[in-house]
Ligand binder design. Structure first.
Ligand code: ACM
Length: 729
C-alpha cells in the first residue's frame, strides 16, 4: 500500500519491493566512519542498539563517488540488508531521514518495507525562517525547530535576529544591545487593527548569548542546516536606536518598539552607523560560518532621510538621485564590507530599488516580480512570496482560528506554488536557488503556536523545494500527510489539522446551491440538515445540493471508521431575494469578493468576526448600488442591510441608504431611506420597513462614508464599505 511509503518530502524515485527488513538485536550496523564527517550513528538512535554477535542482517551506510549530486542518496532495502549510500554526508543524512519515516514499530522491533529509492533535491536552497524579534523563543525551541526542518530535508534556517521590537543577539562591543535593545516595556494586545491600541504593561524581551548562538550553529551544522543570520538595516532598527541614539537621523531618545508595523525611525547613513554595523557584522560573521549574511533591506521609510540635512548633503556629494539611491548606497557599502570577509549578502526585494548591490542575492517577498527582475539582472534569487510562503497568514477561515496577521494561505495553496517563474529563460531560471517559508511572530507568542502555524504548511514547502514540479501531486501528498501528521504528533509537534476540516462553497445567482469539500480529497463527506453533528450514519454527500428554504447544514469528513477534522455549519435564512439575480453598478474590490457578487443575496450572513470571508463584499472609495430582480411582482415589507464596521481597518459604516422599487425596471419609487446608519460592534444591521410596496425590481443604494478624518488609521484615504447580506421579506 502507498501509505507504507509515506515519506515527506516524497522521494524522486521509489520502487516498492516484496518483503521487509526487521531491525533487531541481531542487526549489524556498519557505518564507514572513516568516510563520514558527522557521526550519522546519532541519527540512527531511533533504531535499536546493534549487536554484532551472529548478525542476521545488516545496515550499511557508505559514501559513493559514483553518485552525482552532492545531496543525493540511494537506499535499497531487502530482508537481508539496508544499503544506504550517498556522495556526501548530507546525502546520507537525508537517506536516514527517509529511513526514520519508513520505520514502523511492532512489539519493540522496527520494520522497514523493501524498496529501492533514488533521491535528490530539486533546489539547493530549501529554507525556513523564524522571527525572534517580535517574540523571543528559547534555545531549546530553536533546536527543535531546526530538527524538524532537517527532518523534512530542508537545509537553511534564516534566523531573523533584529527588529524594531527587540534585538536578540549579544554583541560584545555594544553591550547596550543586550541591556536595552533586547527589552521592550510592554506589548500591544490583540490585533494592530483593533482600535484603540491597548498594551499589556509587561516588560518583555531576551537575547541569545554568543555561547548560545555557537551552540545553535553547531547543532544545525550537525544536521546539515546552514544558519543564515539576519541583521536588519536600514529599517526595522528602532531597538538598536533605543540603545545607541547616535545611529539615528534625529537626536532621539528612542524607545524599543511596543507595537507592530513599519516605523519612520531608521539608521542614518553616517559614519557612526557604518562603524557600528561593520563591528556588529564582524562579530556576527565570527559566530556564523554561513556563506550568506542577510542584511534585511525591507520596509525602510525614507521620511527621516528626506528631512535630514546630512542625508541630503550625502545624496548630493555621492551624486545620488534620491533616497532610494541612498538606500542602495547604504546596502552597497555594507555588501562591500561583507564581501571583503568572503561572504555574500541576501536582502529583501526592496534592495532592487535604487540599484542592486553587485553580488547580492534577492529574497523576493512582496510577490515574485522582485525575484524575476533580479534573475534577469543575473542575480541569485530565493522565492518567498507572501501569497504562498507566509506562514503567519491564516490557514483556516474558521472563526475560532487563533489570531493571525491576516491573509489566507491554506495548505493546498502552499503546495500549488511553483518557485521558478515561467517567464524566465532557462538560463535565467538557474538563478532561482530555491524557496523559503517565513514565520513572522507579531501574533505568535509561544513555540506551540509557531509549530501550529508552521506545520503542516512547511511540509508542503519542503516538498515543493525537493520534488521536480512534474512529480508534485497534492492528493498523494495529503494521503502521506495523514500518516505523517501522526508521526509529527508523536514527536511532540503541535501540528495544525485543517486538512480534514469540512468546508462549504455556496453558488448563488441562479437559485442557490451548496457544495462541500475539504483541503484533502479522498474522504467521505457526510451532512445533516437539522443542526445535528454528522455521524457515520448521516447521508453521504456527492453532488451540490439545491437550497430553497431556511435550513442549517452541518458537514464533516469521515474515513471508514471515524470523523476527521472539524465539522462546518452553514445556516440559510431564506428570504425573497435569496438566489435571485443581482446587478451592481460598480464591482467590488477583487480581493474582497471571493464568493462572487451573488453572495450578497444567497441567504447566508457574512461572518460577525471577519470581513474577509466569501460572504462580504468590499468596496474601496465607491458607493454601492444594486438592482435585485425578484422575477415577479411581489410585495416587499422589510429590507435588512448588514454593514461591517472596523475603523482600525479603514472600514466605515455608510452615510446613507435608499431603497426604491420598480415594476418595469425603469421607473423607480423610493420606499425607504436612512441617513443614520449607526451601531456598536463589528456588524451593524439596518432594518427598513417598506410597508408592502409592490414591484419586481428592487434598487438598493448605499452612500459611502468618504474620506477618513486625519488622526485616525488611514486618515486622508477613502474609507472601505463592506456589505452583506441584503435580506428582503
Ligand atoms: C517582510 O515581510 N517585511 C520581509
Amino acid at each position: 500500500m502507498k501509505n507504507t511509503y509515506a515519506i515527506v518530502p516524497a522521494p524522486v524515485e521509489l520502487l516498492p519491493k516484496e518483503g521487509q527488513f526487521e531491525w533487531s538485536s541481531n542487526t549489524a550496523l556498519i557505518i564507514e566512519d572513516n568516510l563520514i564527517e558527522n557521526n550519522q550513528n546519532e541519527y540512527l538512535a531511533f533504531a535499536q542498539t546493534a549487536s554484532l554477535n551472529g548478525p542476521q542482517n545488516e545496515v550499511h551506510l557508505h559514501l559513493d563517488d559514483n553518485i552525482d549530486a552532492s545531496e543525493a542518496y540511494q537506499l535499497s532495502i531487502t530482508a537481508k540488508k539496508i544499503d544506504l549510500k550517498a556522495k556526501t554526508s548530507a546525502g546520507l543524512f537525508y537517506g536516514i531521514q527517509s529511513l526514520r519515516q519508513l520505520a514502523t514499530k511492532k512489539e519493540g522491533h522496527l520494520y522497514f518495507p523493501a524498496l529501492e529509492i533514488k533521491d535528490a533535491p530539486r533546489y539547493s536552497y530549501r529554507g525556513l525562517h523564524l522571527d525572534v524579534g517580535r517574540h523571543f523563543f528559547p534555545v531549546d525551541f530553536i533546536k527543535k525547530y531546526i530538527d524538524l526542518l532537517a527532518y523534512h530535508k530542508m537545509n537553511r534556517f534564516h534566523w531573523h535576529l533584529t527588529e524594531d521590537q527587540g534585538w536578540r543577539i549579544e554583541i560584545k562591543k555594544y553591550p547596550k544591545l543586550a541591556q536595552i535593545a533586547a527589552f521592550r516595556k510592554e506589548t500591544l494586545v490583540g490585533h494592530y487593527s483593533d482600535q484603540p491600541h491597548q498594551f499589556d504593561g509587561q516588560r518583555y524581551g531576551g537575547f541569545y548569548t554568543q555561547e548560545e548562538v555557537k551552540e545553535v550553529v553547531q547543532y544545525a551544522t550537525e544536521r546539515f542546516v546552514e544558519v543564515i543570520p539576519e541583521i536588519e538595516m536600514p529599517g526595522h532598527s528602532l531597538a538598536a536606536l533605543a540603545a545607541y541614539p547616535e545611529l539615528g537621523c534625529t537626536p532621539g531618545p528612542f524607545e524599543v518598539g511596543t507595537k507592530w508595523g513599519v516605523v519612520d525611525e531608521v539608521y542614518c547613513p553616517n559614519e557612526v552607523t557604518f562603524q557600528f554595523l561593520e563591528d556588529v557584522l564582524t562579530e556576527v560573521m565570527e559566530l556564523f560560518p554561513s556563506k550568506y549574511i542577510h542584511i534585511g533591506g525591507d520596509e525602510c521609510p525614507k521620511n527621516r532621510w528626506k528631512e535630514s540635512a546630512f542625508c541630503q548633503a550625502l545624496i548630493k556629494k555621492e551624486g545620488l538621485k534620491d533616497e532610494h539611491e541612498l538606500q542602495s548606497y547604504f546596502i552597497k557599502r555594507i555588501e562591500k564590507f561583507v564581501n571583503s570577509k568572503g561572504r555574500d549578502i541576501i536582502g529583501w526585494d526592496e534592495i532592487l530599488e535604487g540599484g542592486l548591490a553587485p553580488n547580492a542575492t534577492v529574497m523576493s517577498w512582496r510577490g515574485i516580480e522582485g525575484g524575476i527582475a533580479a534573475a534577469k539582472q543575473g542575480h541569485n534569487v530565493i522565492m518567498t512570496p507572501t501569497s504562498h510562503c507566509y506562514f503567519d497568514y491564516y490557514q483556516s477561515q474558521a472563526e475560532d482560528e487563533p489570531l493571525a496577521i491576516g491573509g489566507f494561505l491554506p495548505l493546498r495553496k502552499v503546495y500549488s506554488y511553483e518557485p521558478t517563474p515561467e517567464e524566465l529563460t532557462s538560463e535565467q531560471q538557474k538563478y532561482i536557488l530555491g524557496v523559503q517559508g517565513n514565520v513572522w511572530t507579531e501574533y505568535i507568542k509561544t513555540g506551540d503556536k509557531v509549530e501550529y502555524m508552521t506545520y503542516p504548511r512547511a511540509c508542503a514547502l519542503a516538498e515543493i523545494a525537493w520534488l521536480p514540479k512534474e512529480q508534485k501531486n497534492y492528493d498523494d501528498f495529503v494521503q502521506r500527510m495523514r500518516i505523517h501528521t501522526d508521526r509529527l504528533q508523536d514527536m511532540g509537534v503541535n501540528v495544525a489539522e485543517h486538512m480534514f476540516d469540512a468546508k462549504a462553497e455556496i453558488d448563488a445567482g441562479n437559485g442557490v446551491n451548496i457544495s462541500f469539500f475539504t483541503e484533502a480529497d479522498g474522504t467521505n463527506l457526510r451532512y445533516t440538515t437539522d443542526g445535528a453533528e454528522p455521524t457515520l450514519e448521516s447521508p453521504l454527500y456527492s453532488n451540490p445540493l439545491e437550497v430553497g428554504a431556511s435550513t442549517t447544514y452541518k458537514v464533516a469528513a469521515f474515513n471508514e471508521d471515524e470523523k476527521l477534522g472539524r465539522s462546518y455549519e452553514v445556516q440559510f435564512d431564506w428570504h425573497k431575494a435569496a438566489g435571485k439575480k443581482i446587478k451592481l453598478t460598480t464591482p467590488p474590490a477583487e480581493k474582497y469578493s471571493a464568493g462572487g457578487i451573488h453572495s450578497i443575496v444567497n441567504g447566508v450572513l457574512g461572518s460577525n468576526v471577519r470581513y474577509g470571508d466569501a460572504e462580504w463584499l468590499g468596496f474601496e472609495g465607491k458607493d454601492f448600488e444594486a438592482i435585485i430582480d425578484l422575477e415577479q411582482l411581489d410585495e416587499v415589507n422589510k429590507v435588512n442591510l448588514r454593514f461591517y464596521q472596523g475603523n482600525g481597518q479603514w472600514i466605515y459604516l455608510p452615510k446613507g441608504v435608499q431603497v426604491s422599487i420598480s415594476s418595469d425596471g425603469t421607473n423607480y419609487k423610493t420606499i425607504a431611506e436612512s441617513n443614520a446608519v449607526e451601531g456598536e460592534g463589528k456588524v451593524v444591521t439596518l432594518s427598513l420597513d417598506t410597508n408592502g410596496a409592490t414591484g419586481r425590481y428592487l434598487k438598493v443604494k448605499v452612500d459611502r462614508y468618504g474620506i477618513i478624518p486625519e488622526g485616525r488609521q488611514g486618515g486622508g484615504h477613502e474609507a472601505w464599505l463592506f456589505v452583506d447580506e441584503i435580506q428582503v421579506y
